[in-house]
Design a protein around this ligand. Structure first.
Ligand code: AP5
Ligand code: ZN
Length: 217
């Protein structure tokens, strides 16, 4: 399956993607994670991306699209993928359509996670991420690690993202409304959008998502 996950910052896209990708046996491709890996390896792309990310703005399309395309062309993505955080505006959605068309492939669904703004603010404020594996995500209150600042899964140290400050989150939400939400209409016109509530426990949301994707088949 080829799926796009969309939803505001802090909706739980990364959290759900980890479970959905495992259930569906497809790779989880997160442009945010790819940028963060470049930042920690101090690549030129990482240096460029960091300034945009820290301000809560989108990284320019040209580099983002090239990076996403390169990742989608890796052998493990041949049978399908779950895109998290890409596309993030209409030009990226059009670029993705072009990539898919040249390969005679198409998307199966766009899963839209709905969460009220006050909840995403709480989720982001408490988020803690593992330094060794970014798919190990915790929350200080909702899913606290057993030992403070230590990952339950692999023992890695937990950290808070540089762009999880109150001011940057406000910008990220605004960018979501103005630039990313329009892709929902873009995909509605293609009959691909499945909207679910992302409120409730993590496993309840996963079950809801799996149900919605099955119904959509
Ligand atoms: P990106 O990394 O994509 O961040 P985002 O979209 O802002 O989303 P988040 O990662 O903040 O949230 P999430 O929805 O994954 O939530 P999570 O699962 O962690 O992008 C970061 C930046 O990179 C962008 O601002 C931009 O600069 C750049 N970028 C990336 N892609 C780009 C693109 N295509 N074009 C241009 N620029 C791009 O969950 C949040 C917290 O809530 C966690 O603590 C979790 O434990 C908790 N939680 C999750 N689910 C639940 C639940 N059901 N109940 C209680 N708590 C929950
Ligand atoms: Zn870990």
């Amino acid at each position: 399956m080829r799926i796009v996950l969309v939803g505001p910052p802090g909706a739980g896209k990364g959290t759900q993607a980890a479970f959905l990708a495992r259930n569906l046996s497809i790779p989880h491709i997160s442009t945010g994670d790819l940028f963060r890996a470049n930042i920690s390896q101090q690549t030129e792309l990482g240096k460029l991306a960091k300034s945009y990310m820290d301000a809560g703005n989108l990284v320019p399309d040209e580099v983002t699209i090239a990076m996403a395309k390169d990742r989608m062309e890796q052998p493990d993505a041949e049978g399908g993928f779950l895109l998290d955080g890409f596309p993030r505006n209409v030009s990226q959605a059009e670029a993705l359509d072009e990539v898919l068309q040249t390969e005679s492939m198409k998307l199966d669904a766009v899963l839209d996670l709905e969460v009220p703004e006050e909840e995403v603010v709480k989720r982001i404020a408490g988020r803690r991420i593992c330094r060794k594996d970014s798919s190990h995500v915790f929350h200080a209150t909702y899913s606290p690690p057993k030992a403070e600042s230590v990952c339950d899964v692999c023992g890695g140290g937990l950290y808070q993202r540089d762009d999880d400050t109150e001011e940057t989150v406000r910008t990220r939400l605004e960018v979501y409304h103005t630039q990313t939400e329009p892709i929902i209409d873009y995909y509605k016109a293609q009959g691909l959008v499945v909207t679910i509530s992302a409120l409730g426990k993590v496993d309840e949301v996963t079950a809801r998502a799996m149900d919605a994707l099955r119904r959509d088949e």
